[in-house]
Write a protein that binds this ligand. Structure first.
Ligand code: NAD
Length: 427
């Protein structure tokens, strides 16, 4: 089939490359000319394991990129909206980018002959596909949904860092559509995947994504709350959660306590659902607590640090890990951000290291020192905070020898070295 993907960031570029890999012809669209140029050269616009290989194989062949959405829509049968859906100032969803993308697809549809399906893959709050995207498409195209074109919602569940693997091995594929023809065409795209398609209506598909992410975020905040209580009681929370996770109703995943969740999805999606719930007159007490625990959690690390190291003014603090999790260069909502902001407020000198994400963090904190290795960051440091679960941090040992004071506060329970003044966040 011929597919266009509007928005070629994390989700768009992975969707495009994976659809090409299962045999579809794909046109990527982005307003960012640099990304378009990179994709056409087979260079991934983001780091994701396996993406470079796929783009190298298909770019310029089954996969091309352009800034021209009219061409992309006219040349394909189905268009996926994969643009960002950030939080607005009050935390609720900002749909302006989705509206703009829907507008340009609508304008292109006006000039296209024949049936076309528009699929929302961006994470959007329930009712958005039907009440925001569909009316824009009808207005801009002058055509009728359900007759001249179809509309569907197909949420994405991939994990950053494992995005290509997850896309190719989904545990669920959800297709929400009000008309059968549109839903069937979207399902057809996934024919090569070893996964059953759940057919539903758009608003249910939208809610499935929010319920999914909110539940995972809730598990993390729950594990952190239990971890904070365990620490005060001198109980090993990891031992507790390991046993709790053996209950088949709970599962052992997402029960590791630590500095909390970040990334482009969990914080913004939980906040967006809170915003939507309030809009319709419901007070989502549990979801609000999930966010409150998550915002407090990283700052407990600086409290421990001050207790151990005293006044931080002028002290050298090594921050290991800037990405919101390992195996990605994404720093969006990384727990390292509130930590660095707090350390700066307290007057510390920050020497940061991350195997991949330093470039992105430089745009947020241009004035702190960025090191080329953990060893460089640790040299002569008064303390160290571990923020991301990178594999290489697990191997650190002799590198700590060069610290001035061997105070190490671990936010992820990964440091194995002995002989340190070590304290875990919840252990
Ligand atoms: P992103 O910011 O990485 O990518 C969005 C891209 O859209 C950017 O390249 C941007 O330049 C482009 N863009 C903006 N306006 C455009 C327009 N009018 N036309 C064409 N391109 C345009 O975002 P992302 O992380 O890929 O997320 C996209 C959506 O997918 C969001 O709704 C997000 O919540 C959801 N999602 C993300 C993940 C994830 O792990 N990142 C997982 C599942 C779902």
């Amino acid at each position: 089939m011929k597919v266009s993907v509007i928005g070629s960031g994390y989700v768009g570029s992975v969707t495009a490359a994976c659809f090409a890999d299962v045999g579809h012809e794909v046109v990527c669209v982005d307003i960012d000319e640099k990304k378009v140029e990179q994709i056409n050269k087979g260079v991934p616009p983001i780091y994701e394991e396996g993406l470079e290989e796929l783009l190298g194989k298909y770019a310029g062949k089954r996969l091309i990129a352009t800034t021209d959405s009219v061409f992309a829509v006219q040349d394909t049968e189905i268009s996926f909206i994969c643009v960002g859906t950030p939080s607005g100032e009050d935390g609720s969803i900002d749909l302006s980018i989705v509206r703009a993308a829907a507008g340009s697809i609508g304008e292109a549809l006006a000039k296209k002959e024949g049936y076309h399906v528009v699929v929302v893959k961006s994470t959007v709050v329930p009712e958005t596909t039907e009440k925001v995207v569909l009316p824009i498409l009808e207005e801009k195209s002058g055509k009728k949904a359900g007759k001249d074109f179809g509309v569907a919602m197909n949420p994405e569940f991939l994990r950053e860092g494992k995005a290509v693997y997850d896309f190719m091995h989904p545990d669920k594929i959800v297709v929400g559509a009000n008309d059968r023809r549109a839903g069937d065409l979207v399902s057809e795209l996934y024919r090569g995947f070893d996964c059953e398609v759940t057919h539903t209506i758009p608003r249910t598909a939208e809610m499935i994504k929010y319920a999914n992410n909110s539940f995972l975020a809730t598990k993390i905040s729950f594990a952190n709350e239990i971890g904070n209580i365990c620490k005060k009681l001198g109980i090993d929370t990891y031992e507790v959660m390991q046993a709790v996770g053996k209950d088949f109703r709970i599962s052992p995943n997402f029960l590791n306590s630590g500095a909390g969740f970040g990334g482009s999805c969990f914080p913004k999606d939980v906040k967006a659902l809170i915003g939507k719930a309030k809009d319709i007159g419901y007070e989502p007490l549990l979801l609000e607590s999930v966010i409150a625990v998550n915002e407090k959690q990283p700052l407990l690390m600086t409290e421990i640090l001050e207790r151990k190291a005293g006044d931080l003014k002028g002290k050298k603090v090594a921050v290991l890990g800037l990405a919101f999790k390992n195996d990605t260069d994404d720093i969006r909502e990384s727990r390292a951000i509130p930590i660095i902001a707090e350390l700066l407020r307290l007057g510390a000198r920050i020497f940061a290291y991350d195997p991949m994400a330093a470039g992105s963090m430089k745009r947020v904190f241009p004035t702190i020192e960025y090191c080329k290795s953990a060893a460089e960051a640790l040299k002569d440091a008064d303390a160290c905070l571990v923020m991301t679960e990178w594999e290489e941090f697990k191997e650190l040992d002799a590198e700590f020898e060069d610290m001035k004071e061997k105070i190490v506060i671990d936010g992820r329970r990964i440091i194995r070295a002995k002989g340190l003044d070590y304290e875990g966040l919840c252990w």
